[in-house]
Design a protein around this ligand. Structure first.
Ligand SMILES: Nc1nc2c(ncn2[C@@H]2O[C@H](COP(=O)(O)OP(=O)(O)OP(=O)(O)O)[C@@H](O)[C@H]2O)c(=O)[nH]1
Ligand SMILES: [Mg+2]
Length: 486
């Protein structure tokens, strides 16, 4: 204050700048107040929870009438149609009703409007004819493309990334899962953040924008900065929380590793039957649904090999072509389950038209995690599921295409016994022969021998349990204290 008084008589560029700001921000005090009230209300909502922003932009996808549009740049028409069909399934999973799907053949998406400008007009006709309220594009669009398309089509435009984020938001159950999805949504949302004034003028069909001018734009932009800052703050808070949760998760995994309970991770394309397979192998009762991304939180269950050794089996989130990179990043800790496992069971839907493409898409994501993960990834056991749903010719074809795979049906149980054997082959074998007299006070050691080792002989004596078994070296070390001569 003292400073501004002292210098007020002289020229001060800083003060000049302040003056100019005030002038340009408020042509009329009434306008200012109204905009300020609006912006204040919104900030209040923001400070408690960002739900209002994410709700506006993402969560309203549900129960909408949508038209799908894809730009087909390479590959054949069949692949382009399959990709659009998958987009349709994703849209339905998100709760939308698909009215129509259109594809344009183009060298590359139009930088301004995704589809070519001629097509935008056609698309506009399709939208009015069907009465759709949303258009979903089969790709990730730039903020500019989304805005331009929206302006021309006069309906909401959503891209594949936002759609997948929306599904994840609807399905995440655990605290960690929810935090990961929110982080991914905010990262996606940040560069697409628009001013409140602009959003209002959009809603008013351009009328407010036309006469709003400087008065609405100024405060709108201030609001935009506040929004940005809040989003940044929320992002760093989520990052911290997730880092803490990740530590807990890795501690748990370390504990499992210390106990040397072998672990198997089930990964694969969404809807391939991962949860069904987990159920078939363990009778776990995990949610199975004919919907994409039914499982978002990893579920771990105990399983046993045919020769009685225990291991853990973890169901993971499904993969999809063009998994938004924000999600690959955000779901790293979940996907790390895969990196830490002794074996990766990679499930493929054998009834899919092109299972090899699913295999490639999944391996791409796994490769990405592997790079980040640093150390070596576990071996992969490929499993083709749903063989009850294909005919003998197709089965023979697939056996030829994927000779390394196990062929099963989680539904009918075909091939499950063989799969159990195959999994057991990959798990560390108990190979140290021990003879020990375990006191009755150390019952937990006997439980471990039963669970992890291969029991050869057991006899209850007054001093304790005499046991002869094959175990892995870590347990043999613990048992050496009670070793008997032979
Ligand atoms: N015909 C047939 N259908 C199967 C088989 N296994 C699973 N399904 C069906 O496939 C659909 C998806 O099964 P899930 O086990 O939920 O698949 P998932 O891979 O866990 O899916 P997400 O968690 O959504 O990624 C369900 O409708 C199952 O009933 C099978 O062996 N044969
Ligand atoms: Mg599942």
């Amino acid at each position: 204050m003292a400073k501004s008084l002292t210098f007020s008589a002289d020229y001060d560029p800083e003060l000049d700048a302040v003056d100019e700001d005030i002038v340009s921000a408020g042509p009329s005090t009434g306008e200012m107040e109204r905009a300020e009230r609006a912006s204040l209300r919104r900030v209040a909502g923001l400070s408690t929870e960002l739900a209002d922003i994410t709700e506006v932009e993402y969560r309203q996808l549900r129960m909408e009438l949508v038209v799908l549009v894809g730009v087909w740049t390479d590959g054949d028409a069949e692949q382009a149609e399959a990709s659009l069909a998958e987009l349709g399934r994703l849209a339905e999973t998100a709760g939308s009703q698909v009215l129509e799907g259109v594809i344009q053949r183009r060298e590359r998406p139009d930088p301004a409007t995704y589809v070519g400008s001629g097509k935008v007009r056609e698309l506009r006709d399709v939208v009015s004819a069907t009465g759709a309220d949303t258009v979903i594009c089969d790709g990730e669009l730039s903020p500019g493309q989304l805005r331009q398309l929206e302006e021309r089509l006069k309906v909401k435009v959503v891209d594949r990334t936002a759609l997948i984020l929306d599904i994840f938001a609807q399905h995440a159950r655990s605290r960690e899962g929810k935090a990961q999805v929110e982080l991914a949504q905010l990262q996606y949302f940040l560069p697409r953040l628009r001013g409140w004034g602009e959003a209002m003028s959009r809603q008013a069909g351009g009328r407010a924008g036309a006469n709003g001018g400087v008065g609405t734009r100024g405060p709108g932009e201030t609001k935009l900065e506040i929004d940005r800052r809040s989003v940044h703050k929320r992002i760093s808070k989520l990052r911290k929380e997730l880092a803490a949760m990740r530590t807990v998760r890795s501690t748990k995994r370390d504990r499992r590793a210390a106990n040397r309970v072998p672990s198997v991770a089930i990964a694969g394309y969404t809807n391939a039957g991962k949860s069904s397979l987990l159920n078939a192998l363990t009778e776990a009762g995990v949610l199975v649904e004919d919907a994409l991304f039914a499982t978002l939180d990893p579920t771990t269950r105990k399983a046993v090999t045919p020769d009685g050794r225990g291991y853990t089996l973890t169901d993971t989130v499904g993969f999809v072509r063009h998994l938004p990179h924000q999600l690959v990043e955000a779901f790293r800790s979940t996907l790390e389950e895969v990196g830490g496992a002794d074996l990766l069971v990679h499930v493929v839907d054998g009834s899919d038209a092109a299972p090899q493409e699913q295999v490639t898409a999944v391996r791409e994501v796994i490769g990405e995690i592997g790079e980040q993960h640093g150390d070596s990834m576990p071996p992969e056991l490929l499993v083709v599921n749903k063989i009850d749903d294909i005919d003998a010719t197709r089965l023979a074809e697939l056996r030829h295409l994927l000779p390394e795979a196990q062929f099963v049906s989680a539904r009918s149980g075909a091939g499950i016994a063989e799969l159990r054997e195959a999994v057991a082959q990959y798990l560390p074998q108990p190979d140290v022969l021990v003879d020990a007299l375990v006191p009755y006070t150390r019952g937990e050691l006997m439980s471990r021998v039963h669970a992890e080792g291969e029991l050869l002989e057991q006899e209850h004596t007054p001093e304790g349990t005499r046991v002869r078994a094959k175990v892995r070296s870590d347990l043999a070390g613990v048992l050496s204290e009670f070793a008997t001569a032979g």
